[in-house]
Design a protein around this ligand. Structure first.
Ligand SMILES: Nc1nc2c(c(CN[C@H]3C=C[C@H](O)[C@@H]3O)cn2[C@@H]2O[C@H](COP(=O)(O)O)[C@@H](O)[C@H]2O)c(=O)[nH]1
Length: 198
């Protein structure tokens, strides 16, 4: 199994934080109040393996894929229990992995340049933070933001009402879509980056 030491380290870090809170994630996350953004910031502050960041043209970029999906899962669980209570969920972006970009290309939302497509088809490994990897993940986030705005606009036009679809909900649609249609999109290569962030 690759990256065994890193996996062990990530589990140990997360485990330590949980033990400080009686083994309860809810108790840990309650320090952030009800705010999704503060929850992500708390997770990233306390558990280093969630610090999914890169530098792009001299600027620090934060993806926080695992922290964001953790908060979105927590939100979904609270909603399912009828407890609700997580605000600012709209602050979350999609969870930048390697499957949703493939679905976005398949659906015609994203298009890879010829040289990028060739590199992906060749199975070239990209290191974590490689400019191309950062661009694929960043463009995926922006694509989903544009889809969200467009959906909201369509609902406004059709029903004359505000629509509170958010990027997490769109991700929760796209990721299973990519899994279900993996055979149809097998010709679209995914990017290969070995890291602990997604
Ligand atoms: N954007 C987005 N990425 C998602 C998910 C999930 C599944 N969701 C649950 C899983 C744990 C949490 O409780 C989530 O709710 C996994 N992944 C990513 O896919 C990749 C694994 O793919 P494969 O090779 O097919 O197993 C890997 O990078 C993994 O991080 C999602 O929902 N959205």
């Amino acid at each position: 199994m690759p990256m065994l030491q890193e996996r062990h380290q990530a589990l140990t870090e997360g485990g330590h934080v949980l033990l400080e809170h009686g083994g309860s994630f809810q108790s840990f996350i309650s320090q952030a109040g009800n705010d999704a953004r503060k929850m992500v910031e708390l997770i990233v502050e306390k558990i280093p393996s969630y610090r999914d960041e890169a530098t792009y043209e001299g600027k620090r970029i934060a993806f926080y894929k695992r922290a964001q999906i953790l908060v979105a899962d927590f939100w979904g669980m609270m909603e399912a229990r009828g407890e609700g209570g997580v605000s600012n969920v709209d602050w979350l972006t999609m969870f930048a992995d390697y499957r949703v970009p493939q679905a976005l290309v398949y659906l015609g939302v994203l298009r890879y340049s010829d040289s990028l497509l060739q590199a992906l088809k060749n199975g070239e490994r990209m290191s974590s933070g490689d400019r191309r990897e950062v661009e694929i993940r960043g463009c995926s986030i922006w694509s989903v933001e544009l889809i969200k705005e467009r959906l909201r606009e369509l609902v406004r036009q059709k029903d004359g009402q505000a629509c509170d679809v958010n990027s997490a909900i769109i991700d929760f649609y796209l990721w299973p879509f990519a899994k279900q249609h993996h055979k149809e999109m097998a010709h679209i290569p995914i990017h290969l980056t070995r890291c602990i962030y997604y």
